[in-house]
Design a protein around this ligand. Structure first.
Ligand code: IPE
Ligand code: IPE
Ligand code: MG
Length: 243
């Protein structure tokens, strides 16, 4: 007979998504609706990120969160907006990120970080090191991240290591991605109404469940996370099988 704690264990470890990925979209439209500059949306959006990361850290069974903060394509935006996003990122390194670590969260930055100036990169590395010994939720912040860029870089790394590329396996590719060593996302959440990937985690999302909502990211709350997680629990994941 399965004990009560056994059932809870099943609930926590098979129905709850172990890895949640979020495309934090809709900041600009949120601001525009309020006749504010787009950057005001980014500012509120970054606070929402902190709140949601903290909340996911309290849900049993959720071990990883990956958020899309800035894509390789976002550099094409007006210079002022890009500058403000970079300023917010830098500011966040000093304040909110540290408070996340105090909440036992492990931080990791995904993407081609070589484009950032030395100071910003050093902060990212320091935060990663500072949080290496924490035991809570793993939070990946994707900055200057592009799925195609990541796969291209993985192939380049394998070539540089002198691997025989004619014999490359899926595991080899997986272990050369920015997410090496982490499980694939189970649930992808995209607020903001668009139903597309926008170059996010192309390899890793192969069998994720996709949850879309019109709620804009700055309006996102614990309630939306609960709704997505309940929706996820009702999914039948078949992985190509017929059961
Ligand atoms: C997402 O919000 C944040 C970034 C891409 C940096 P947007 O800025 O894309 O907001 P919308 O989609 O224009 O409303
Ligand atoms: C995706 O949003 C990138 C991030 C949220 C960081 P975008 O707003 O850049 O995506 P598109 O342009 O609508 O596809
Ligand atoms: Mg957008």
């Amino acid at each position: 007979m399965t004990s009560r704690s056994g059932i809870l264990n099943i609930m926590e470890h098979s129905i709850t998504p172990r890895h949640v990925a979020i495309i934090m979209d809709g900041n600009g439209r949120w601001a525009k609706k309020r006749l504010l500059p787009r950057t005001a949306g980014h500012s509120v959006g970054s606070e929402v990120f902190r709140k949601i990361a903290e909340y996911l850290g309290t849900i049993p069974g959720v071990e990883y969160l990956t958020v899309y903060a800035f894509s390789t394509e976002n550099w094409s935006r007006p210079a002022d907006e890009v500058k403000e996003i970079m300023r917010l990122l830098d500011h966040y390194m000093d304040t909110a990120m540290k408070s996340l670590i105090e909440k036992n969260i492990r931080l990791h930055f995904l993407g081609d970080l070589s484009v950032f100036d030395d100071k910003l990169r050093a902060k990212m590395e320091k935060l990663h090191e500072m949080s290496e010994h924490t035991t809570g939720l793993h939070v990946n912040v994707a900055v200057n991240y592009g799925g195609r860029d990541e796969i291209t870089n993985a192939i380049r790394s394998m070539a540089k290591e002198g691997m025989d590329l004619t014999a490359v396996t899926q595991e080899d590719i997986t272990s050369h991605l920015y997410t090496a060593g982490q499980p694939d996302p189970d649930l992808l959440i995209r607020p903001g109404g668009e139903k597309r990937l926008s170059n996010f985690l192309l390899w890793q999302l192969s069998y994720a469940e996709f949850y879309f909502t019109d709620v804009l990211w700055p309006d996102f709350s614990e309630k939306e996370i609960d709704e997505a997680i309940v929706w996820f629990a009702g999914r039948k994941r078949r992985y190509g099988n017929v059961k």
